[in-house]
Design a protein around this ligand. Structure first.
Ligand code: MN
Length: 131
């Protein structure tokens, strides 16, 4: 079981609920936000282990929000996972360039989602501690 805290920034409420259920069932402690602005505020407040960042958000998008997170010295070590709506190569590259450690595509695979999140988190932590 995982015990990390995950901040989910997702404006689609059905997706937010689904992802929250999957991650909680896997032992993660979940904090939800529906806009980038709310997510940035919560990230500073709770310093989560992982931010699950929807790239397509109303107002500020997830790429810009990731850049802002990465510019904050307090948040350079957390794991950011971009979530893109389509399996488009350009989106994935843009997510990594903005500072994401990895990305997942929607529609999500409900059987593997929580495990994949945990794997990206562990490999990002291992990479940072070896630097
Ligand atoms: Mn969205």
């Amino acid at each position: 079981m995982n015990t990390g805290q995950i901040l989910i920034i997702e404006d689609n409420l059905l997706n937010l609920e689904l992802v929250t259920d999957l991650l909680e069932a896997s032992g993660f402690n979940v904090r939800p936000a529906v806009t980038a602005e709310e997510g940035l505020r919560l990230a500073r407040e709770c310093l989560p282990d992982v931010v699950l960042m929807d790239i397509s958000l109303p107002g500020m998008d997830g790429l810009r929000a990731t850049e802002i997170l990465r510019a904050d010295p307090l948040m350079q070590n957390l794991t950011v996972i971009g979530v893109t709506a389509h399996a488009m190569k350009g989106d994935e590259e843009a997510a990594l360039r903005a500072g994401c450690d990895g990305y997942l595509t929607k529609p999500i695979n409900t059987r593997t989602f929580a495990t994949t999140v945990a794997q990206i988190m562990e490999s990002a932590k291992a990479r940072r501690s070896s630097q």
